[in-house]
Design a protein around this ligand. Sequence first.
Ligand code: WT7
Length: 660
Amino acid sequence: MSQAIESTLHESRLFNPPAGFSDAIGGAYVGSLDEYRALHERSINDPESFWGEIAGELHWFRSWDRVLEWDCPDARWFVNGKTNLCYNCVDRQVDEGHGDEVAIIWEGEPMPGGKPEVRRLTYRDLQRETSKLANALKSLGIEKGDVVTIYMGMVPELAIAVLACARIGAPHSVIFGGFSAQAIADRVDDARSKVILTCDGSWRRGKIVPLKDNVDEACAKTSHVENVIVLRRCGNDVQWNDDRDHWWRDLTLAAPDECPCAPLDSEDMAFLLYTSGSTGKPKGIMHSTGGYMVYTYLTSRYVFNLRPGTGQVYWCTADVGWITGHSYIIYGVLPNRVPTLMYEGAPNFPAEDRFWDIVERHKVTQFYTAPTAIRAFMKWGDEHPKSHDLSSLKVLGTVGEPINPEAWMWYHRTIGAEKCPIVDTWWQTETGGQMITPLPGATPTVPGSCTLPFFGIDAAVVNEQGEEQPHNSGGLLVIRKPWPSMLRGIYGDRARFIDTYWSRVEGMYLAGDSARRDDRGYFWIMGRIDDVINVSGHRLGTMEVESALVAHDAVVEAAVVGMPHEIKGEGIAAFCTLGPGYEASDELKDALCAHVTTEIGAIARPDVIRFANALPKTRSGKIMRRLLKSIASGEENTTQDTTTLEDFTVLAKLREEKEG
Ligand code: WT7
């Protein structure tokens, strides 16, 4: 059992919603655990009436005939209903008289010594800009159903791009700006996407990330791309292909500023988002329109207690390139009519107090970040948050990986001044929205536990037969009933969809995590059950990294495992055997790290590389990953000098003898 689990097993500190929280937030939507339990029970027993009521709070061009049709694993929510995500995020606010209210607050990366660059976009601005861009896309022949690839930095135009696609029913596929040209090409190929929206570059710690160059390189690797739309952000030099490239400004200036929102079927695909699995190839997770809209709207509202018109400012620090950014920067927040803050750059540039400076200046009320960031803040020192007025904060959130109790307590005390409930939200790219989470005014919290399922979510810990496990024993985390924002499939790969999520435990969605419930019934996430590692809250398949390594001439065989990492949660350890003529050296390590960065992106860069004359294998030829994991975490040390070739086969033999 890992140390993290060992320590959380004994965690018993309980924190009730702080006194006065409800008043401070303008009234908690759900004010007590009893209220939560009653509503949860109703949502599980009668999902159709529960979700029908919520959906009715949003705009539909045509109402649904039935709330749910379920033929496991295929769900249809709000059957035959017609709606539009962009309409509900933007146009509805304008129609209801709120066009001049701020929808998006944007903080650019400050130039050293310069003033922070802030832009505020109203719902009316978004209506005009999404209409113009939607018309520009149409002028390039993009129609409903065409996948639009978006590879941009964190600029307001990224939100505009996503919403413009929603306006016309062209599903977007957003690729995080840290991914490589190869990763773009793979995703473009898989989705057969004809158009890419990008920027000349993006700012990160005062340096320019050359996004357009990466797109050019990707286009050379795929034949699908017909048009590239380029936003000027950094002013860096770019190569230009007259037949393919268009400046964003030219296209949108020429485009009319009216474009009606297309009435889309509730089940029309809203977007694709690629995520790592246990095989080499990332999978395109498909999300629907109506169900995704309703679920992200309600979770945003209840989990952060969003109250329009009360001066709240909501900030989620994720990148729009991840599901967190899709659901909890854009789609779930805008329909709730609370300004959503977007920032460009990094938490520690120009200084390590950047976040707290932003919180103070914008009087942020709800703040949502990842445990890896919290651990980095702890390390950078309390003086940074302490030098700012953080008293505007009301709710703190965390997502992406288990939060260790020490980090939770620091967040609670140093950022929340012990008066802000912490919502530790467990969910996944596939689930579309938050699944297991406290409600800030209702759920007593325990550091390290994501507590209880959201409304409509029938989460359980089961064994392989689907039988619920007794409290305090571990098992597989499953969801036993359909929920509105569940994935509708893996793009172009039905077999993988069934195989990954629906075949191991019959009739239940397999999340891929192991978990346990404590005496209170609270959920504790224990870790992945597949070959997926979680690096700084980002999911990576070990096989993806292995494929990148063996693509290098020097490497014959590679095995990649996760290892404990102080800041990232999990780091990447790679064990490689070398081909003839290659010698273990620090230079080769650097070259391999650089190689993985070009193949996938900097997030996949190994933290440790060790060279072996052979990888330890069982008699049947399987790589002994558990042994490599314990070597990587320092439990079984071989030599101190890891630049030489090591012999792990000896350890493997010893272990096989020991374990029989
Ligand atoms: C995996 C999903 C959902 C947005 C970010 C990650 C882990 C996520 C928590 C949490 C413990 C968590 C799980 C999950 N995870 N949130 N609050 N506590 N673990 O999305 O890349 O799809 O990864 O992240 O292992 O399966 P993702």
